[in-house]
Design a binder for this molecule. Structure first.
Ligand code: ADP
Length: 292
């Protein structure tokens, strides 16, 4: 006869190598037909990884709710003020309140889109269908999508010629290039030039987006790829970002088996690099060439 005395119980244990692991115990006492306890069975499940994921999820939800609440509160306040009628005879104030509500609504839409994009990528639910792509076409499509914003700020976008080809999900790579270009534009002064290039190396193609903007401090070069990480706390407000752009880029590139990183000199500019695999045909040709 089995009786679950303390069905679930968890504790931390130290392994021989001194590593801490969390174990969830399922304890069952065994009784004979008279009800006397004759033994017990304990099954331990290592839940260390699950606990880690739960912690990351909790932290993420904490940040997300803060990021979502800030613009929502601002929209609520602007609309609330308009409703009281105190600005009924002050058209400029009314206009300003509507502007604030609109800016924060746009921010909210961008945030929700970025959060969902990142979630789909990290959970593996985003399907990245790869095809043979010309690097020049990918760069051109990203530039075409963003050139109106660049022109507004008198910023020139220059694509260096290349005949490199990659094995990639075109839309996702255009999204990555667009994010990098949009940052380069945001952090560049008027009349600046941004260069894009793609060069074939032995085993991969390396893309570069180079600006002559404000630059990034050395201790932030890796951090900015994290979620909601910005060099300056005011960047998202003043520059209209979500702090998720580079996290999305990293997720896309890593799903392609590539790498993404930044190099920068403060006050002189930044270059963002990412690598993508070569099309299988080229890898195969290279292997047959080296054998013959
Ligand atoms: P955001 O939506 O804020 O742009 P990102 O994840 O794309 O979020 O970028 C994170 C932060 O990295 C930016 O807020 C900015 O502080 C810094 N950053 C990104 N790209 C550049 C760049 N080209 N020049 C200077 N700083 C940059």
């Amino acid at each position: 006869m089995a009786n679950n005395a303390h069905p679930f119980y968890r504790n931390a244990i130290l392994t021989k190598s001194g590593e801490e692991r969390f174990i969830a115990w399922n304890n069952t006492t065994l009784q004979d037909s008279q009800g006397s306890i004759i033994g017990s069975i304990s099954i331990g499940e290592d839940i260390t990884e699950r606990e880690k994921i739960e912690k990351i999820k909790d932290e993420f939800i904490g940040i997300v709710s803060h990021e979502l609440r800030t613009p929502l509160t601002s929209i609520q306040m602007s609309l609330g003020l308009l409703k009281t009628g105190i600005y009924a005879k002050k058209p400029e104030k009314t206009q300003r309140m509507i502007e604030i509500a609109l800016i924060d609504t746009n921010r909210l839409v961008n945030l929700v889109n970025d959060i969902l994009d990142l979630e789909r990528l990290e959970s593996g639910r985003a399907v990245l269908e790869r095809t043979l792509c010309s690097a020049a076409d990918l760069m051109q499509q990203a530039v075409d999508g963003i050139c109106a914003i660049a022109t507004q700020q008198q910023i020139s976008l220059i694509i260096l010629p290349t005949d490199a080809q990659v094995w990639a999900a075109a839309d996702a790579i255009i999204q990555t290039l667009t994010n990098l270009l949009s940052n380069a534009i945001k952090f560049s002064p008027a009349n600046a030039t941004i260069h894009l290039s793609a060069e074939q190396q032995t085993d991969f193609v390396v893309f570069k987006v180079s600006d002559r903007g404000r630059g990034i401090p050395a201790d932030k070069l890796e951090l900015i790829f994290g979620r909601f990480q910005q060099v300056d706390a005011s960047d998202s407000r003043e520059k209209g970002g979500t702090g998720l752009g580079l996290a999305i880029c990293r997720s896309i590139i890593e799903r392609h088996g590539g790498e993404i990183w930044a190099e920068s000199i403060l006050g002189e500019g930044s270059t963002f690099f990412f690598t993508l695999p070569l099309p299988l045909e080229i890898v195969y040709e290279r292997q047959t060439d080296s054998r013959s």
